[in-house]
Design a binder for this molecule. Structure first.
Ligand code: ADP
Length: 442
């Protein structure tokens, strides 16, 4: 800056040493990079470990299931069930940790594919019917009959959320019912807004606890009993956000809880899966169910499929007593029906607990025997084998599994279901990244 100094023109210059400032900024940047690298390494470690631990756990769960099919005395069976429950909890925990690390590392991608929402709801109930029945709970779904045939979305992730909500609902309910309701809130210009709601008559959650419910590792009750690690709902929240949806909870201690998931999905062309065999009727059929809304929902679906259906009235005229009765979740305490009957049962008609036998039996939601190693499914306490499965399937199945122990177990499990098995020989491909594992985990 020009100035005057001792009567002469001069330039005033100021020097400021910024070395420490630049060094400080460089150190900060270096620290930021190291923190990011450490976080990435932690995520990679967690993802690799949880993947590696799951492989032998499949072996443990599969072998326990096979052991359960052998002759065991009551004490041995009790011990076996304890190990199965603990292994299932461990499996769930590891799957949750794997999901969290995938989400944190940005590796959890939301897929977009056409799927049949009705089929997905049915499959979801399949997985939980035995668990609910073993606890003496009524489990059913009331699905809006205006549900589109096909939608575009990620059925695996939607199902993962529903699995978690249903698993919790059954876990924290000792008496009463768990209901899955599916509503079409809006359907305009090929875009549907849907709400899946899981309601239970369980212990409920206080308002203070509800505020932290979706935080990672948050558990309402102490983790000693049936609780997991408090990751399930946090994963649900993340997945919901990734699908641009919303999740809400309404609960009252002592009365029960209701969790709902709202998503906007595109409607796709296509038809309902698994309904092709239903023939339209002109003669009305009656519907009986343990809840008014279930009766109404069944009538609505039958009407949609071309079957004239109405709720069974308290008094039926003699001329109508030969009509077909669709008995949903039948119970032995209900009055017998003189005419033809079709029963939609929550459990498999093969289960000996199912006493009522009708000329037409259909499984409203059938059980999967034992624990399932499906990572997208919340694993729950396995049921003891209750029927001879060997005559049920007659399929020839190709098994592609690179772990020798798991391959042998899958083969034996399928053979126990009456299948013929061919095991594919898996050539080990070197990983292009040079590491022992490639960077995607399934
Ligand atoms: P976890 O993976 O341990 O099951 P979640 O994140 O799924 O954990 O659930 C967190 C906590 O919220 C549970 O420990 C439980 O105390 C409570 N909770 C979740 N769902 C319900 C429900 N339907 N009824 C009562 N409590 C529930």
């Amino acid at each position: 800056m020009p100035t005057r100094y001792q009567g002469e023109d001069a330039l005033l210059c100021a020097f400021h040493d910024v070395t420490s400032h630049i060094e400080g900024a460089a150190m900060l940047e270096q620290a930021r990079r190291s923190a990011a690298a450490a976080s990435e390494a932690k995520t990679l470690f967690l993802a690799t470990m949880s993947h590696e631990i799951r492989t032998p756990l499949y072996g443990v769960l599969g072998t326990l299931e096979l052991l359960g099919l052998t002759r065991l005395d009551a004490r041995q069976r009790e011990h076996l069930q304890t190990i199965q429950r603990s292994s299932s909890t461990l499996f769930q925990l590891i799957s949750d940790v794997l999901d969290i690390s995938k989400i944190e590392s940005g590796q959890m991608a939301i897929e977009s594919q056409a799927f049949c929402p009705l089929q997905m709801i049915e499959d979801t109930l399949h997985a939980y019917s035995v668990f609910a029945e073993n606890k003496g709970l009524l489990l059913y779904a009331c699905v809006d009959a205006t549900l589109p045939d096909q939608l575009l979305g990620d059925p695996v992730r939607i199902r993962q959320i529903l699995n978690n909500l249903l698993s919790n609902a059954i876990k924290f309910t000792d008496t009463g019912r768990v209901v899955l309701r599916v509503r079409v809130l809006e359907c305009v210009d090929g875009q549907a807004s849907l709400e899946w709601q899981v309601t239970d008559s369980g212990i409920g959650i206080s308002p203070a606890q509800q505020e932290r419910l979706f935080d990672t590792f948050y558990q309402v009750r102490d983790a000693s009993s049936e609780a997991g690690a408090g990751l399930g709902l946090a994963i649900c929240r993340w997945l919901t956000e990734m699908m641009n949806g919303q999740m809400r909870v309404v609960s009252e201690p002592g009365l029960g809880s209701s969790f709902s998931l709202r998503l906007g999905l595109k409607v796709m062309p296509g038809s309902l899966e698994g309904c092709a065999d239903i023939l339209p009727t002109t003669q009305a059929v009656y519907v009986r169910a343990p809840a008014v809304e279930l009766t109404q929902s069944t009538c609505d679906w039958l009407n949609r499929l071309g079957v004239v259906a109405k709720p069974l009235p308290a008094f039926v005229e003699e001329s109508r007593q030969a009509s077909l009765l669709v008995d949903v979740l039948p119970s032995d305490s209900l009055p017998a029906w003189a005419g033809p009957e079709s029963c939609a049962s929550a459990a498999s008609p093969l289960r000996p607990s199912h006493r009522k036998v009708a000329p037409w039996m259909c499984m409203m939601c059938g059980p999967l025997p034992g624990p399932s190693p499906d990572p997208a499914r919340k694993t729950i306490a396995p049921a003891a084998p209750e029927c001879d499965l060997s005559s049920r399937l007659g399929l020839h199945i190709l098994v592609a599994e690179d772990n020798a122990i798991n391959q042998a177990i899958i083969k034996e499990q399928l053979e126990a279901l009456g299948c013929r098995v061919t095991a594919a020989s898996m050539a080990k491909k070197p990983c292009s990244s040079g590491s022992r594992r490639c960077s995607t985990w399934c």
